[in-house]
Ligand binder design. Structure first.
Ligand code: CAA
Length: 385
């Protein structure tokens, strides 16, 4: 749902201008230094990009799911690491509070996330629990008005920058699965909380992940999200429903950028006395990429509209994440192929993007986990007809 097309188009135009004039020109520097320059971060804060999905009542723009999808596609005309910096506040780092937080928690944390004063991160994955998220072992023992937390979280996006964590920890020791997990808001400066060195990754330089270690960290009872124990796994899954759909939008945006780069190169590059875009084998690759981008974009917008109508889109979000993340891998591969030897060189954006997009098939649920979620829903629906 687009609430007000005129003001929404103005936002998309502003993002497109930012992408063209500021973000694309500094992409190579970001990849080299592994840092997004401060002036760019300030600009992104001023434009409200950290609070796109946070309700207007708490200082954000309160975008609908469809508006968020179109915004992510536009922002990902530049390296996906810029979206990653704002992505946790708008998605996995902020959504738990938006969806299930108490009024007090919303008032305390959401305005700071919306303005970008705070960075939020989502701490679910552990060294021993990735796809089997319900098997997490980080413990939260209740002691009076506090919980005492012990455990390690792994590959946590924006952990080095984070001011608050949405942490999933086990409050019921008698369980070993999704039951007995609670969600907490944990402040970075809590004694006993430490963040490891940023991980050395295959791509997405400029976006950071790290371990987060909890050693007898005391968290007030009032920081249990929603104030209810045992609901943490469901909060995490609800957050991931929306986040997976958004990653699919990100994939569409990056794929469109890869196609643009391919079109430009194929027009300029001459072989056998003519531009390579006149060769049918190059045209086939361009056409296949366009077709798949169009399919993924249509899927994402359809699922986003369904969600805006209040429908449950757990299965559709997984369909979109599965298809779009696999699609962008194929588009990136063709982009490198169209560039030939140049596509293997760091001087061309497609070399970097080829490495960046590999992550999309893994994080926020691997392709195989999306297949399981889709199949589970299909089989359940089939039982009732
Ligand atoms: N919405 C609401 N509730 C949900 C739900 C959803 N989408 N999905 C499951 N639930 C509920 C179920 O209804 C069930 O509740 P009841 O017990 O009351 O029936 C409960 O949660 C447990 O559900 P399952 O039995 O389906 O749970 P499971 O243990 O079999 O796990 C899974 C299912 C799909 C495999 C899940 O563990 C999963 O999604 N794994 C992948 C984890 C993942 O995506 N990790 C990425 C981490 S974030 C990241 O990558 C970014 C970063 O910064 C690190």
């Amino acid at each position: 749902m687009i609430r007000d097309p005129e003001s929404f188009n103005a936002l998309i135009d502003a993002i497109t201008k930012l992408v063209r004039e500021k973000l694309i020109p500094c992409e190579a520097e970001v990849a080299k230094t592994d840092e997004i320059p401060q002036n760019i971060q300030i600009l992104m804060k001023q434009m409200g990009l950290f609070g796109l999905t946070i309700p207007e009542a708490y200082g954000g723009l309160g975008l609908t799911t469809e508006e968020e999808a179109l915004t992510s596609m536009a922002l990902c005309g530049a390296s996906p690491v810029f979206r990653s910096l704002t992505g946790t506040n708008n998605g996995i780092g902020g959504m738990g509070i938006v969806m299930d937080g108490t009024e007090e928690q919303k008032q305390k944390y959401l305005p700071k996330l919306a303005s970008g004063e705070f960075i939020g991160a989502f701490a679910l994955t552990e060294p021993g629990s990735g796809s089997d998220a319900g098997a997490l072992t980080t413990r939260a023992r209740k002691q009076g008005d506090f919980y005492v937390i012990n455990g390690t979280k792994r590959y946590i996006t924006n952990a080095p920058e984070a001011d608050i964590f949405t942490l999933m920890a086990r409050t019921d020791v008698n369980t070993h699965d999704a039951r007995g997990v609670s969600a907490f808001i944990v402040e970075r400066n809590s004694p006993g909380l430490s963040v490891g060195k940023p991980d050395l990754k295959m791509g997405q330089r400029g976006a950071h992940t790290a371990d987060v270690i909890f050693e007898d960290v005391k968290v007030p009872v009032s920081n249990v999200i929603g104030g209810v124990e045992g609901m943490g796994f469901k909060t995490a899954m609800k957050v991931l429903d929306r986040a997976r759909l958004n990653i699919a939008s990100v994939c569409v945006g990056v794929a469109q950028r890869l196609l643009n780069e391919s079109l430009l190169y194929a027009r300029q590059r001459k072989q056998f006395g003519q531009a390579i875009n006149s060769f049918q084998l190059i045209q086939a690759m361009l056409a296949d990429s366009k077709t798949e981008i169009y399919a993924a974009r249509s899927m994402v917008l359809d699922a986003a509209r369904l969600r805006d109508e209040g429908k449950n889109i757990t299965m559709e979000a997984s369909c979109c994440k599965l298809y779009a993340s696999e699609m962008v891998g194929r588009v990136a591969d063709r982009a490198v192929q169209i560039h030939g030897g140049a596509g293997y060189m760091q001087e061309y954006a497609v070399e970097r993007l080829y490495r960046d997009v590999r992550l999309f098939r893994i994080y926020e649920g691997t392709s195989q986990i999306q297949q399981l979620v889709i199949a589970k829903h299909l089989i359940r629906e089939n039982k009732t007809v």
